[in-house]
Ligand binder design. Sequence first.
Ligand code: F6P
Length: 328
Amino acid sequence: MISAVKRIAVLTSGGDAPGMNAAVRAVYRACVTFGIECLGIYRGWNGLINSEVKRLDRHDVSHIINRGGTILYSARSKEFMTEEGQQKAVATCKLFGIDGIVAIGGDGTFRGALALSKYGIPVIGIPGTIDNDISSTGYTIGFDTAANTAIECIDKLRDTMQSHERCSVVEVMGRNAGYLAMYVGIAVGATAVLVPEESIDFDRDVIEKIRNARLNGFTHYMIVVAEGAANGAYEVAQKIRDSLGLDPRVTILGHIQRGGSPTARDRVTATRMGYYAVKALVDGKSNRVVCVRSGDMMDIDIEEALGMTKTLYPLDSETLHAMTCSST
Ligand code: F6P
């Protein structure tokens, strides 16, 4: 099928996420399917400003579907949010004859895409962030891999906490979003989970849960904290020390959650989204975000997507009880 679109560029931006490479690979392979040249923009929107653009070939995308990180590198770009930066980016698009861009990243990436679209450059966003905090989609690339990395680490922690009958306070990523913490907390049977979206009554949400667990015979406790909640794990540990006289051990999982070979879910979702994004450009769409809802791929307007707010994981009482079953 020959397309009116002749040249598509792809970039990755913001915090990297496992599966981004699979999406880049899918964009390239979809371009080949449609007879379109595929260019890589290196270092996110900065790369467009600085003309860091290279034609991609099959060797660039071979054996990357299983690799974390991004072969196109990533960066956050303050300059791109300026008029001057955007005009430099438009000049690059003209210089290389770019007919459309696929931008893989989070909300910040989509704000850049929206800015560029006002200059007539078609952009399709693909949601890629381990936070899973993009409201328009039920899933963002990287979340499943990050969650499984955190779960594997916390399962290991539980072994030693159990042996020494200790309290563990574990901080997971999610500067402003508790989705990862909530999901991981349920999966590991946490004693308590603290997220930035919920106001915290420390005695009710932590101290009583530990007391309850102790009264039920537990002698080790697992507290999962999103990095943006309760001023972080060290403050939570200190409060537990002050209230209960325990001596909690703190573990900050940090950037480990951003690496690793993507899970099957992330590889397949990324591949489906990469193809969908190229097809959207071929069909003449612009300024859309690829979303997945109940397993179905769709696209919505970028501005609409950025205006949406995401509620936390819909926790019914049974799920909540199951999450804290270790304390009941
Ligand atoms: O947005 C993804 C994310 O991993 C957040 O969970 C985290 O707070 C942030 O990126 C860390 O950003 P950086 O890699 O710039 O330290």
